[in-house]
Design a protein around this ligand. Structure first.
Ligand code: SAM
Length: 218
């Protein structure tokens, strides 16, 4: 890619942040700065690069999608990730959200059930220099016990209910953001563990591809 291509993408990124994110009420400056830095066009398919900064999701292969920039920003804002946090993402997909989390947190574990997507995302994240992300192939509805607990858990696919195993891997004081509902529409839930108690706040409606688990959720 030429340096003038990069300048165009960087301009499109700044516009995306000001109109789609700031313009719709995203206020977290760390999230806005991360989204202004991360090269979303690297994470879309080659054929969709020119649409990378538009206001909609895009296909990434295997019947999966990279989510709309606004919903990504909203989920990251709701997650309130601190710079020293260890974060779990369920549903690596293209690796875009994992890259953003890598900008916001100390360590990111991201789990993807599709081997081909996980491999592509892992290679891309390495090539782009994100050294604090580990991509794992597996069923993310079971979390990733070896690195638990996590100060933040972000689920990038729609769950019929909140997986209990994920709740158990959430650290004291930690937050989870997860879309919960049926296949057509879900609601974002912000789950906070405080003094051993679980508090849930219901937020915006959204539409994600389903969280697919071979296990009965525990
Ligand atoms: N965050 C991604 C990105 O930045 O491109 C987009 C995620 S996409 C909306 C949802 C992803 O969740 C898909 O890649 C899908 O294969 C994955 N997924 C679905 N069920 C899963 C599971 N049980 N464990 C891990 N990944 C899962």
């Amino acid at each position: 890619m030429s340096s003038s291509d990069n300048e165009v993408f960087s301009l499109l990124r700044r516009r995306m942040v000001s109109s789609q994110l700031r313009g719709r009420g995203i206020r977290d400056e760390r999230v806005l700065a991360a989204m202004e830095r991360a090269p979303r066009h690297e994470f879309t398919g080659e054929q969709d690069r020119d649409q990378a900064y538009q206001d909609h999701p895009l296909p990434i292969g295997e019947g999966q999608t990279i989510s709309q920039p606004y919903i990504v920003a909203l989920m990251l804002e709701l997650l309130e990730v601190s710079p020293d946090a260890k974060v779990l993402e369920v549903g690596t997909g293209s690796g875009y959200v994992a890259a953003l989390l890598a900008e916001l947190a100390a360590e990111v574990i991201s789990i993807e059930r599709h081997g081909a997507l996980a491999e592509r995302a892992g290679e891309l994240l390495r090539r782009l220099g994100y050294r604090n992300v580990t991509v794992i192939v597996g069923d993310g509805s079971l979390g990733y016990q070896p690195a638990a607990p996590y100060q933040a858990i972000l689920v990038s696919a729609a769950a019929a209910e909140v997986p209990k195993t994920l709740l158990a891997q959430l650290a004291e004081g930690g937050r989870m953001v997860i879309p919960v509902g049926g296949p057509e529409v879900q609601q974002l839930q912000v789950i906070h563990r405080e003094n051993g108690q679980i508090h849930t706040i219901l937020r915006e409606a959204c539409r994600f591809v389903p969280l697919i688990s071979d296990q009965t959720l525990r």
